[in-house]
Write a protein that binds this ligand. Structure first.
Ligand code: G2I
Length: 672
């Protein structure tokens, strides 16, 4: 955190006297970390890196029961009809994005993913298109539609159903007759995918169809041959959507085989429109389990929320009844989603996590999700410096509270980002952590000691421990990691401040990184066995000019690789905060630039889009959403998410009184 004008920095802390002899007693009664279960569909799916989504109808967004379930349970949405041709381009060249935007912006503001549905489909197609007979005209019309729509939603749509339902039912295994096939020939699908790739290279491009779930069906085989041919010839395709509109018997017994056979071609597979007549519990569980058992099955979307919202409402095929109550299939689905969570947490190999990080990044930001909640005794202007872990079905966020009166800490927890704004704020100055200068927290679980650690700055590097992250009153009084500021920091700090302490461990050692607002990143170390005591050998781990290596350093292990990632906050030539990044092969190794310049930043306003509105130009102090929660600080290699602080670009005045809010970045150029 930036400590300009911060209060009490140089004040000697009596707590320093307590620091170095502290022994930590292992706590006996902490829930086993690999037994975590989430309480909502989206949160549970997220534990294995998947999403759980639903079709959404813009016309129902005024219904509070509907949106209540939507925001509680789902972390992905698909517009049910609002992005179809007959809504978006009802007459030639005249585009109506209103209903689609309503869904897209709402999702973006809540950190939900968006699937785009659908660009080229023979249904819900206006008659001005279906009556075209000239191939060049139709080609131009199709490519223009794809380009305009994808351009409009660039950076907002995770995956597009580029072509929908192009194959015929029955035994032919061929494409169905449609204006596209009949006028352009079977090559229209390839043409559509090529146009789509050039319109938005960062969106995943899917082929979507129904009745392709049974492996031996001619239709399944026809689609499979097409995807195999596309992959062989380099036609851009990233995913196959299996709609999965099932009868009461549920998925065919070969469903998992079908998913893995498609996946083996080198595409993601997704269940895109799931509904099952009468919603039998076993049928839902079997469907979900098939996806969980296939690493490249990246997500599941149900086609509506309540039975009354369904296109097949007479068959009651969904997870919620018409009153919005959970049906039995809800529970079997939630349980089935938990199936591979433990495997994920114990480090089972997953193709999603083996890729290395890219060398440039693009992000999409949510709106401001978390704002300060002043109360009678806490007059707070900004909420800052968040640290976050996902544990036991909840995000647990610790942050600094700031006002001209000084800094302290706050804790909140919630099951999904859509709930973040309404979570209760627990002020930690009322706990044993105490009042006074405490800021820039970092939280992790020490698996050896079975204790949660909260590391923060007090003028020294301090920490508290707690056997139960969910109990704000469980934190111990602060203790210091050092008896006093290490000499090398005294020698280099100049007019800076000693800030932003960060602990990360490998299997042998724990390292404590810190910054000085003066161009230096420091690193001390101790053994895993001695931690939290014995930090010594403080060195300069990286240095640059003051503003280029300012503060708020994060260090992470990249899952499934031998890479560590370093992020440091810098101040740009525009005066705005941004992040630079480096990698190293060991925590004590030297750091090589990854996306480390102002023109190729890790995260800066220049590589972030704001679908819900540009609320900040600063991308400042925050933390990655990790793959786990322990002292190794492991992050996924794919689809990174970063919780950060931003503020109204026009705000000024006392630094401590600035209106900082928290928002969530989601990587939009992930290739895996
Ligand atoms: O048909 C089920 C799905 C099959 N796969 C593609 C999906 O896009 C398709 O979704 C359904 C929607 O759930 C329905 O809501 O597509 C139907 C159109 O083919 C949608 O139905 C339409 C009605 O036909 C229109 O009369 C109505 O105005 O829904 C519109 C909005 O309620």
């Amino acid at each position: 955190m930036n400590p300009l004008k911060r209060l009490g920095r140089r004040r000697a802390s009596v707590l320093a006297l307590l620091a170095v002899t502290t022994l930590v007693t292992p706590a006996a009664a902490t829930a086993a970390p690999d037994a975590v279960r989430a309480s909502t569909l989206g949160a549970q799916a997220a534990q294995s890196g998947r999403y759980f989504g639903t079709a959404v109808a813009a016309g129902r967004l005024g219904d509070g029961t509907y949106t209540g379930i939507l925001d509680r349970e789902f972390n992905s949405v698909t517009p049910e009809n609002e992005m179809k041709w007959d809504t978006i381009e009802r007459s030639r060249g005249s585009f109506n994005f209103g209903p689609g935007d309503q869904i897209a912006n709402r999702a973006a503001a809540r950190g939900q993913r968006l699937r785009g549905h659908t660009l080229v489909w023979h249904q819900q197609l206006p008659s001005w298109v279906s009556s075209i007979r000239d191939a060049n005209t139709l080609r131009g019309v199709m490519n223009n539609h794809i380009t305009q729509v994808m351009n409009h939603y660039k950076g907002k749509v995770y995956a597009w159903d580029v072509v929908n339902e192009a194959f015929a039912d029955g035994g032919s295994g061929q494409m169905r007759s449609s204006v596209f096939r009949d006028v352009l020939g079977t090559g229209f699908i390839e043409e559509a995918f090529r146009s789509a790739r050039s319109a938005d290279p960062s969106a995943k491009l899917c082929y979507n169809d129904y009745n392709i779930e049974n492996w031996s069906d001619a239709k399944t085989q026809g689609v499979y041959r097409m995807v195999r041919d596309f992959k062989a010839r380099g036609v851009p395709i990233d995913c196959v959507g299996l709609q999965s509109h099932f009868g009461a018997g549920g998925p065919p017994s070969s469903f998992q085989t079908t998913l893995s056979n498609f996946a083996a071609l080198g595409v993601d597979v997704q269940i895109t429109e799931l509904d099952i007549a009468q919603a039998p519990t076993a049928a839902y569980a079997n469907t979900v389990r098939a996806c969980m058992n296939v690493a490249r099955c990246t997500g599941i979307t149900v086609w509506g929320i309540r039975d009354s919202d369904s296109w097949r409402s007479g068959e009651n095929p969904l997870l919620f009844d018409r009153n919005g109550n959970k049906k039995p299939a809800y529970q079997s689905t939630l349980t089935a989603l938990g199936g591979s969570a433990a495997a994920q947490r114990t480090g089972a190999p997953s193709p999603r996590s083996t890729a290395a990080l890219p060398s440039s990044f693009r992000w999409s930001s949510s709106g401001a999700l978390i704002a300060p909640k002043p109360d009678a005794t806490h007059n707070i202007a900004g909420i800052k410096d968040p640290s976050v872990v996902y544990y036991n079905g909840k995000y647990h966020v610790f942050a600094s509270t700031a006002s001209s009166a000084g800094y302290n800490l706050v804790y909140l927890s919630f099951s999904d980002w859509s709930q973040a704004g309404s979570a209760t704020h627990h002020y930690l100055d009322r706990t044993a952590i105490g009042a006074g200068y405490r800021a820039a927290p970092q939280v992790f679980y020490n698996t050896q000691q079975r204790l949660w650690y909260l590391v923060y700055q007090t003028g020294n590097a301090s920490y508290s421990t707690n056997p139960d992250i969910g109990n704000p009153n469980g934190w111990s009084a602060p203790r210091n990691f050092y008896s006093s500021m290490p000499d090398i920091i005294k020698q280099n700090i100049g007019n800076g401040y000693w800030v932003d302490m960060w602990v990360i461990c490998d299997s042998a050692n724990c390292y404590l990184f810190s910054s000085d607002d003066n161009g230096h990143l420091y690193r001390s170390q101790t053994t895993v066995g001695q931690f939290p005591n014995g930090f010594t050998n403080t060195v300069i781990a990286a240095q640059d000019s003051k503003f280029a290596m300012f503060e708020a350093s994060n260090v992470y292990k990249v899952q499934g690789s031998n890479q560590y990632l370093l992020l440091v906050e810098a101040i740009g030539s525009d005066g705005r905060r941004y992040f630079r990044s480096w990698t190293a092969s060991s925590l004590a190794g030297s750091w090589s630039p990854l996306a480390a310049s102002e023109s190729n930043p890790f995260a800066k306003s220049s590589n972030v889009t704001f679908p819900a509105g540009t609320w900040t130009r600063d991308i400042s102090h925050g933390e990655m959403i990790r793959a786990g929660y322990d002292q190794t600080l492991t992050i996924p290699a794919c689809r990174l998410q970063y919780l950060y602080q931003g503020k109204d670009p026009n705000a000024g005045g006392d630094y401590n009184n600035l209106p900082w809010r928290l928002g969530l970045l989601t990587q939009s150029n992930s290739t895996c």
